[in-house]
Design a protein around this ligand. Structure first.
Ligand SMILES: Cc1ncc(COP(=O)(O)O)c(C=O)c1O
Length: 390
């Protein structure tokens, strides 16, 4: 085994979830997915594909009709410039697109700048490729997280190969502004740095915008920019278990991306891709409902948390997570384990995401029944009450 692989950290979220093994009374909010099943018409498309006997490989880059639908959808969201089908690769989930992007761009020893806290897989993938990571931490200001642009631009030196960032951000809900994106993209163009932007939560955005999405690098990027943007069906179509995503990349690297897909998975499964075509065709029946329900869940949870004394948070602008800290309870891994053991509440420790967020906690509010959130809040309050008397 490569020592580097052996040294990869195990997921601290799993470590907490393992505490609940064999228990049915735990309210779990630790993973990043809704507990609502995929809409019936999307599931039906996959079943019909299988019934037609579509059990074969597809083109490495995906079914032509799915790539075309994705190109149309990306152009609709991020026009007026058309995003061509020659820039789209279908992958087996967003995480697979991110790994392939890392494989395509990172050589051992390359310097990679990451904006943290961030979903741990993104850093792990770069490390697997042998990158030297330079984290640029976001700064918590009154419960919300902000980017110090001076620190970021200072870190983006000519020796850096890629900048990896995720906005809207898991776990903090921090979202890049248009102005910040323009500053970053212009700097990276000038210095010659690739931008790998994880925008899987772009639809799950709660502020008013023209296209209903969070600001995207695709709104401002040129077709030949050194920019890869990663997307997924998981979050906005309730399709986490399907493993279907895509990337938008410069057309000139698409054949190399196709080779990497061949050597990783060969292609996303055909019946899943058929479901993806239908999901995009009927997106207006799914995503707006998912987003408005999520907004209700966000408000339920965040308002409830704000009422608890000693909790610091600000409502996230995007994503599906509340990120908060609790006065006097700074060891997030140990506290998360106690919450499971003692009151059956499952949340993720900030320690899973970066050093600077080790006192914070992540609570996924994508819950079909918002009553679960209210019950979770009651359990948290009960635990804090008992603790305060110790
Ligand atoms: C920030 C971020 N990027 C990418 C993904 C990957 O999503 P998927 O592989 O399900 O498409 C996730 C999943 O939680 C995520 O939080």
């Amino acid at each position: 085994m490569r020592p580097l692989i052996q040294s990869l950290e195990e997921s601290k979220i799993r470590e907490v979830a393992n505490e609940a093994m064999g228990r049915s009374d735990v309210l779990a909010f630790w993973f990043g997915e809704s507990d609502e099943v995929t809409p019936e018409f999307i599931r039906r498309a996959a079943v019909e594909s299988l019934e037609r006997g579509e059990t074969f490989y597809t083109h490495n880059l995906g079914l032509p009709e799915l790539r075309q639908s994705i190109a149309n959808e990306m152009s609709r969201r991020h026009g007026p410039t058309q995003i061509g089908v020659d820039r789209i690769a279908v992958t087996s989930g967003g995480v697979n697109a991110l790994m392939i992007a890392s494989q395509a761009l990172i050589s051992p020893g390359d310097e990679v700048v990451v904006v943290t806290p961030m979903w741990p897989n993104l850093c792990a993938q770069a490390l697997i490729m042998g990158a030297k990571l330079t984290p640029v931490p976001l700064v918590p200001v009154g419960g919300s997280w902000e980017l110090n642009m001076e620190s970021l631009l200072g870190a983006l030196k000519p020796t850096v190969r890629i900048l990896i960032l995720n906005s809207p951000n898991n776990p903090t809900g921090w979202t890049l502004t248009r102005h910040e994106q323009m500053t970053i993209l212009e700097h990276c163009r000038e210095v010659g740095i690739w931008v790998l932007a994880d925008e899987v939560y772009e639809n799950l955005y709660f502020e008013k915008t023209m296209n209903g999405c969070a600001p995207s690098f695709l709104d401002i990027g040129q077709a030949d920019d050194s920019l890869i943007v990663v997307h997924s069906f998981s979050k906005s179509f309730l399709m986490t278990g399907w493993r279907l995503g895509w990337m938008v990349a410069p057309a000139k690297i698409l054949s190399s991306i196709g080779k990497l897909i061949e050597f990783n998975t060969s292609c996303a499964s055909l019946f899943t891709q058929r479901a993806g075509v239908v999901a995009l065709e009927r997106a207006s029946e799914v995503t707006p409902r998912v987003v408005s329900h999520l907004k209700f869940c966000r408000d339920t949870l965040c308002n409830g948390l704000k009422e608890i004394q000693g909790i610091e948070l600000s409502a996230p602008r995007g994503g599906m997570y509340a990120f908060f800290r609790m006065n006097g309870h700074s060891s997030s891994l140990a506290v998360s384990k106690k919450l499971v053991q003692q009151v059956g509440l499952g949340i993720a420790p900030g320690e899973a995401f970066s050093e600077e967020s080790s006192e914070w906690f992540r609570w996924c509010f994508a819950s079909k029944d918002p009553m679960r959130l209210t019950q979770g809040l009651q359990r948290l309050e009960k635990w804090l009450n008992v603790e305060s008397k110790k």
